[in-house]
Design a protein around this ligand. Structure first.
Ligand code: PMP
Length: 471
């Protein structure tokens, strides 16, 4: 069979049997066969730079032989025992994660980021029940944030588009506006900002009744919801409000953790010690499914003496299996040995500088970076900030793809607002590849229709404005 026939057969089977995770990819999907470092190779032999590290996860890069060796070795030795017993990789990994967190934590393993957040919610509720505050069941999260696909984690998610049709979801989740300086929900500018986006938690907790609130869940920056980077001091203020009301701070490090931010965890950038930390993706660089919920040791102590029906009733067959734990240990070892977290910070600074060169472009409304991740918010009109159309966003993504660069975008958190291009490349990217990404992006942006030429400078001349914006 020729390569072409093999591909056609696979595509036929794909169309007939495989349900893709994002329907947009299902008609003519790229079929990948191998990966090395930042580069993926498809079935036709074309190479693409994976500038999203898959889904913000393959941080150490593709095709790592050491990872394959660690997995094979562990599988030969001991493939499985449940974590009602113990095994060496789980013990070593829990201890290593605690060390990275730098505080006293106990680690509960599961399989996905969604799982890890569900565990966090259940632990928080049961903790309050155990200390005699059983009415504390509510969680507060932010609009635009994504926390997972299961009923509780989706309840915590602040993206209406993902929730329609699946309700009722887990209940007891309230949302507050995100710390979104480019489109401040409080109508403030840098000069007038009093960090209302953090202060709002204080009001909402009081309105809900502090005795009913168990926790807040935040990502250090909102990643998949559009790379929304809070003003400095935000997380610290949020933590103070939590402490004032006896509310737990759950930090979702599913994307920000394990070096993406240039630090071990995203919250390390803000000098805040969370009560509960959830992690997944970067824990294994996606070489095996694994997630973890790290719980402050003194919270864990209230579970410790319990037994029978009083203990934490949450079992997870695959959670913390020896294979995944061994893979995670090897991943963390690679991050340390190759100083990849430091590299992520340095590459991130270079990426920020290069992207700055794009900020004058007529379609670029805002550029936001956090460690080695970036969001480029596209607009049709710099002054009104009217978001770029889905069609134009797709054109830029396609044009990058034609040049061998795979980038991402935020989901449609709000209708009409899927306008943030995203980059989160592997930490083994070279400085030259960073420059190439920025220049490729610029070429792609230049392929967009020029539209009203008066926007070319980013300054609209009012005399020329002759109609309403129809977003
Ligand atoms: N939290 C965040 C911040 C995420 O980005 C994601 C996944 N994109 C999740 C939780 C859920 O993780 P998973 O897909 O592994 O369930």
């Amino acid at each position: 069979d020729t390569q072409d026939t093999v591909k056609q057969r696979l595509l036929e089977k794909d169309r007939k049997h495989l349900w893709h995770h994002m329907s947009v990819h299902s008609d003519d999907p790229m079929i990948f066969v191998s990966g090395e470092g930042c580069w993926l190779t498809d079935i036709d032999g074309n190479r693409y730079f994976d500038a999203m590290s898959g889904l913000w996860c393959v941080n150490i890069g593709h095709g790592r032989k050491e990872m394959a060796a660690a997995a094979a070795k562990q599988m030969e030795l001991l493939a499985y025992v449940p974590l009602s017993h113990s095994h060496v990789p789980a013990i070593e990994l829990a201890s290593k994660i605690s060390g990275w967190l730098g505080g006293e934590y106990r680690i509960f393993f599961s399989n996905s980021g969604s799982d890890a957040n569900e565990v966090a919610f259940k632990i928080a509720r049961q903790y309050y029940d155990q200390i005699g505050q059983p009415n504390r069941y509510k969680f507060i999260s932010r609009h635009r944030a994504y926390h997972g696909n299961s009923m509780g984690a989706l309840g915590a998610t602040g993206q209406a588009q993902r929730k329609f049709k699946y309700e009722p979801l887990g209940t007891g989740f309230q949302h507050v506006p995100p710390p979104y300086c480019y489109r401040c929900p409080f109508g403030k500018s840098t000069d007038s900002c009093r960090m209302e986006c953090a202060g709002i938690y204080d009001q909402v907790i009081q309105w809900e009744g502090p005795e009913t609130v168990a926790g807040l869940i935040v990502e250090p920056v909102i990643t998949g919801g559009g790379m929304i980077v809070p003003p400095p001091g935000y997380l610290k203020k949020v933590k103070e409000i939590c402490d004032k009301h006896g509310v737990l701070l759950i930090v979702d490090e599913v994307i920000c953790g394990f070096g993406r931010s240039g630090e071990k965890f995203g919250h390390c950038n803000y000098g805040v010690g969370p009560d509960i930390v959830t992690m997944a993706k970067g824990l294994t660089s996606a070489y095996a499914p694994l997630s973890a919920t790290a719980v402050r040791a003194d919270l864990y102590d209230s579970f410790r003496e319990r037994s029978g029906t009083d203990h934490f009733r949450h079992v997870n067959t695959f959670g913390g299996n020896p294979l995944s734990c061994a893979v995670a240990l090897k991943n963390m070892e690679i991050l340390e040995d190759e100083k990849l977290i430091q590299a992520s910070g340095e590459l991130g600074r270079r990426l920020s500088e290069r992207l700055l060169g794009l900020s004058a472009h007529r379609t670029v409304g805002d550029i936001r970076t956090f460690g080695f991740a970036a969001g480029i918010e596209l607009v049709e009109d710099k002054e009104t900030k009217r978001p770029a159309s889905a069609e134009n966003v797709a054109k830029v993504i396609e044009s990058c793809k034609q040049r061998g660069l795979l980038i991402g975008k935020n989901g449609d958190t709000v209708p009409g607002y899927a306008n943030v291009l995203t980059l989160a490349p592997p930490f083994v990217t070279t400085p030259e590849e960073v420059d190439w990404m920025a220049s490729t992006l610029e070429i792609a942006l230049n392929t967009l229709p020029a539209g009203d030429e008066s926007f070319l400078t980013g300054q609209k001349r009012h005399s020329e404005f002759d109609g309403e914006c129809t977003a």
